[in-house]
Design a protein around this ligand. Structure first.
Ligand code: UTP
Length: 235
């Protein structure tokens, strides 16, 4: 098994409703990081912007006409959330890179010397899903895990369609039919996977694993190469 692993951690995961659940989740993330480091594995965590991204973008939306400026607000929020995770892991003595990388090549270089690298967004025009795909490509990871707040990829939005059907495995082309491909989302818009990330994963033949990041046992299984409850997407 390769020692390089990359996970896109959806920003919504940092903000479960209950404060108690949030503390539990961070504690479990710390255990996971210690486990990975103890096994000599290297973990790249790409953190989404969640609530601060949406709040910041909403605040500026009525006044800012250029999309890339709203994206920059989103990027700042992803780096804020990345710093939260970075400091929580540093505080228990994990070998975490002391800076928040701003490019995937910088993060890939940091992954050579640290067990854990945490980053947020890079440039306008995509989300942190695409950043995670690029980091997985740049570090030679065998796949990229998208840890989000839904259990699987569905054929339609399960929040609005009771008859939505979930996939346990699918091809990247089947995924692209559902999500679209290469077309950027609007700043702050949410989707199970960013279409730009789908396009980049297809271009480099990368496998994706989509799972519910609220349950970090699922993430640990996927990282350990065990069967997990979620959707596996193959080239
Ligand atoms: P996120 O990566 O958080 O979007 O970026 P998301 O995946 O939809 O939401 P999470 O992961 O559940 O939080 C938030 C916004 O920041 C900008 C985009 O506007 C995006 O919608 N962004 C982020 C960029 O422009 N470039 C990046 O590399 C990352």
């Amino acid at each position: 098994m390769t020692t390089r692993h990359v996970v896109a951690l959806g920003g919504s995961l940092l903000r479960p409703e209950e404060a108690e659940q949030r503390i539990e989740w961070f504690g479990r993330l710390r255990q996971l990081a210690v486990h990975m480091e103890g096994n000599g594995r290297h973990l790249g965590l790409v953190v989404g912007g969640g609530l601060p991204a949406r709040e910041g973008i909403t605040l500026a939306q009525a006044l800012v006409s250029e999309t890339h400026r709203l994206d920059e607000i989103g990027i700042a929020a992803t780096r804020l959330n990345a710093t939260v995770i970075q400091q929580i892991l540093l505080d228990i003595g994990c070998d975490v890179a002391p800076i928040i990388a701003t490019t995937t090549s910088e993060a890939a270089a940091l992954m050579d010397v640290h067990h854990i690298v945490v980053m947020g967004g890079t440039t306008p025009g995509h989300t942190t899903d695409a950043v995670a795909v690029a980091l997985a490509r740049d570090t030679g990871a065998s796949h990229c895990v998208i840890a989000t707040n839904v259990s699987h990829v569905f054929d339609k939005d399960p929040r609005h369609h009771e008859d939505a059907v979930s996939f346990t495995s699918m091809t990247i082309d089947e995924l692209a039919e559902i999500t679209g491909i290469d077309e950027p989302l609007a700043p702050g818009a949410s989707a199970v996977i960013d279409p730009v990330a789908v396009g980049w994963a297809k271009a480099c033949d990368l496998r994706l694993a989509v799972l519910d990041g609220r349950d970090l046992n699922l993430l640990e299984k996927a990282l350990d190469g065990q069967p997990f409850d979620g959707t596996l997407i193959v080239p």
